[in-house]
Design a protein around this ligand. Structure first.
Ligand SMILES: C[S@@+](CC[C@H](N)C(=O)[O-])C[C@H]1O[C@@H](n2cnc3c(N)ncnc32)[C@H](O)[C@@H]1O
Length: 219
């Protein structure tokens, strides 16, 4: 690791920076986010562009200590497989190419995607958050023991098949059916710097990537 420049993290498919804030909280000195869409709320250095183009520039990748990518999950996520199955063909699955390019770079990192190898499976209850939001992290070019999953305290609150279920967790996805409000999602994930619903529904809670980078730095 190049300690002379501090810890540098590249955050690909960064959206408004849930993952990025977690890297900063774990001790990263420089976090640089890339997204295909302009994300003016991203709280660190932001570049608009295609993650695959960035991943093809190996010399650039090697200026970073850690690379993270959250390629969009719509191609494989539970909602697309179930309720919105007819939409699945519209989404491109970036995961295979992102994975191949990240391994080939030799730089350590993580990929968060439904197709990721589940080296670390994190959920909000592990960090005392108000969401369940299971997310799989594949550790690229390094390894660490998987943290223990913890028992949930109850259901996610909202309507399911016409029945209201109360519970300690906010439904931080979609619309209607008792899904969380913007403020509830902000509180539940500890994300205060964006109030854009789409960004909140896509966000990785910062506690997750803080955990991943801390494990890497300890390893
Ligand atoms: C699941 S969200 C990422 C969540 C984010 N890591 C966070 O912590 O909040 C996926 C993001 O990938 C972006 N995206 C989609 N295709 C992309 C591409 N080819 N290159 C870069 N970003 C892309 C989307 O605009 C979206 O913001």
């Amino acid at each position: 690791m190049r300690r002379d420049m501090g810890i540098r993290v590249l955050d690909l498919c960064c959206c408004s920076g849930g993952a990025g804030v977690g890297f900063r909280d774990a001790g990263a000195d420089y976090v640089e986010g890339w997204d295909i869409v302009d994300r003016p709320r991203y709280p660190f250095a932001f570049r608009q562009g295609d993650a695959l183009e960035v991943l093809r520039d190996v010399a650039y990748l090697r200026t970073f200590d850690f690379i993270h990518a959250s390629p969009p999950c719509q191609a494989k996520c539970t909602l697309t497989k179930g309720t919105n199955a007819k939409l699945a063909g519209r989404y491109v699955d970036l995961y295979p190419e992102v994975r191949d390019l990240m391994y080939a770079s030799g730089v350590p990192g993580s990929i968060e995607n439904p197709s990721s190898r589940p080296d670390m499976v994190l959920c909000g209850e592990m960090f005392g958050l108000g969401v369940i939001r299971h997310r799989k992290f594949e550790l690229v070019n390094w390894s660490a023991p998987a943290p223990e999953h913890v028992k949930h305290r109850g259901p996610v609150r909202g309507w399911r098949h016409g029945v209201w279920r109360d519970g300690p967790y906010v439904a931080a996805y979609g619309n209607g059916g008792g899904k969380g409000t913007v403020v509830e999602m902000q509180d539940a994930m500890d994300i205060r710097w964006t109030d854009v619903r789409e960004e909140l529904t896509e966000a990785i809670p910062p506690a997750y990537t803080e955990c991943v980078l801390r494990q890497f730095l300890n390893a």
